[in-house]
Ligand binder design. Structure first.
Ligand code: HGY
Ligand code: MN
Ligand code: MN
Length: 418
């Protein structure tokens, strides 16, 4: 049994425990500041304390932050932060985000039990919101953590009309504190790293248990509001219709076609609805989401320009009005070169071949990169690499290797951010 096997088993058991906190019995759905989310936060805080963190706190947005101080002999130790998000998409897998919280927690528990300290002040942050499911805006947890929370988002309402302000208040946070001009993190953060499942098939296809992330794709998310004319399905002749759903269908296929043959470019319409639709009514309105990403911002933006032109042509030809709302626009983020090198050294220290790959998924590291150099370690996913799906899976042996690599990375951590 590898030296970290017991710690890895513990992480898998913790992930199973957390999966029980859900809004939908039989599935894992844990969206921002719901009861399930708050029970998850309490579990994380209690378990961090049991792991031996020197202090554990919950901030106003709901981030749970554990601090494990450096070796007393270190003069002016660097502040190194790690973590990931504990909110989930609907009917989610149980490792997306959570692995990046539970793994450093297990490492601290191991160090604490051995009476050992690191050469850095380590903070493990369970970010409260990254997916953007409930309020349509992502990185609420990490943006608050780095002092870049957008106060305008406090008035953003969810599907039932509850605002971020009301949800924060009901969960015991102070929304006015989030609205105050924030200062940069102090003391300064020397480095942020995140351990995350790959959420894709690259490591699996390469036969690699771990990989070092080179860059995180830049994303733009929008909501399109198409307006036609609701009319009687039985009496409106086909040539007299202003059918918003047919326009949407053409747009969905246009997005697929325009993103299909460009390396590293992806385009997705993940949500599509006919508000107040009925079987016997020609759709007068249709709301659809748009998510376009690429490893380089100019590639993404060129694709968006082509998609906009297609939307203009389709809606003009069908006499449909189109409103466009940008929900998120994040740049592609290169990972810190010295951080990547430190991870490659850590992989070598645990006899895992060096491997590097880009991230198509967004991560809290995108927001953290606004205040500090960032690095990421990916862990192989099974089941074809599927994620954002209950079939998401990681192998406990790969988790043990990720623990060993992160342990090696942190023992050398004093040099991070030098
Ligand atoms: O959508 C993403 O890239 C991430 O899983 N939130
Ligand atoms: Mn996710
Ligand atoms: Mn994630």
């Amino acid at each position: 049994m590898s030296d970290f096997a017991a710690d890895a088993e513990r992480i898998m058991a913790w992930a199973d425990e957390l999966a029980a906190f859900t809004e939908e019995p039989g599935k894992l759905t844990c969206t921002f500041l719901t009861d399930a989310h708050q029970r998850t936060a309490l579990w994380l805080a209690d378990t961090m304390r049991a792991c031996g963190f020197d202090e554990v706190r919950r901030d106003d947005i709901g981030n749970v932050i554990g601090r494990y101080g450096a070796d007393a002999g270190m003069i002016d130790p660097r502040r190194v932060v790690t973590g990931s998000h504990y909110d989930t998409v609907r009917d989610a897998g149980r490792y997306d985000g959570r692995l990046g919280i539970l793994l450093p927690m297990a490492l601290v528990a191991r160090l604490s039990a051995q009476g050992r300290r690191l050469p850095v002040d380590l903070e493990v942050v369970a970010f409260a919101e990254e997916e953007g499911v409930r309020f349509g805006s992502t990185y609420l947890g990490s943006s608050a953590f780095v002092g870049r929370f957008d106060p305008a988002l406090l008035e953003r309402a969810d599907a039932s009309g509850v605002t971020v302000r009301e949800a924060v208040q009901a969960a015991g946070g102070d929304p006015d504190a989030l609205a105050r001009p924030a200062t940069a993190p102090s003391p300064a953060i020397a480095h942020y790293f995140e351990v995350h499942i790959e959420q894709g098939p690259v490591l699996l296809d390469a036969g690699q248990p771990l990989g070092v992330v080179t860059a995180i794709a830049g994303a733009e998310r929008r909501r399109l509001h198409l307006a036609g004319t609701a009319s009687h399905a039985g009496t409106t002749p086909m040539h007299l219709r202003r059918d918003a759903a047919c326009a949407a269908a053409e747009i969905v296929l246009a997005v697929e076609g325009l993103c299909a043959n460009v390396p590293g470019l992806v385009g997705t319409v993940g949500q599509l609805s006919v508000p107040d639709g009925a079987v016997n009514v020609v759709p007068g309105a249709c709301v659809l989401s748009l998510d376009v990403r690429a490893g380089a911002d100019d590639v993404r933006d060129a694709a968006l320009a082509r998609i906009d032109a297609a939307i203009d042509a389709i809606t003009a030809q069908r006499n449909i009005d189109c409103g466009r709302q940008t929900l998120l626009r994040g740049p592609a983020v290169p990972c810190d070169v010295s951080g990547q090198a430190a991870w490659q050294r850590a992989l070598s220290a645990v006899n895992v071949p060096a491997y590097a790959l880009p991230s198509g998924a967004g991560h809290d590291a995108v927001m953290m990169s606004s205040v500090t150099p960032v690095s990421m370690l990916f862990v192989r996913c099974g089941n074809g690499g599927i994620s954002h799906n209950p079939r998401e899976i990681v192998d406990v042996a790969d988790v043990a290797l990720a623990l060993a690599a992160t342990h090696a990375f942190l023992l050398e951590g004093a040099g991070l951010g030098a």
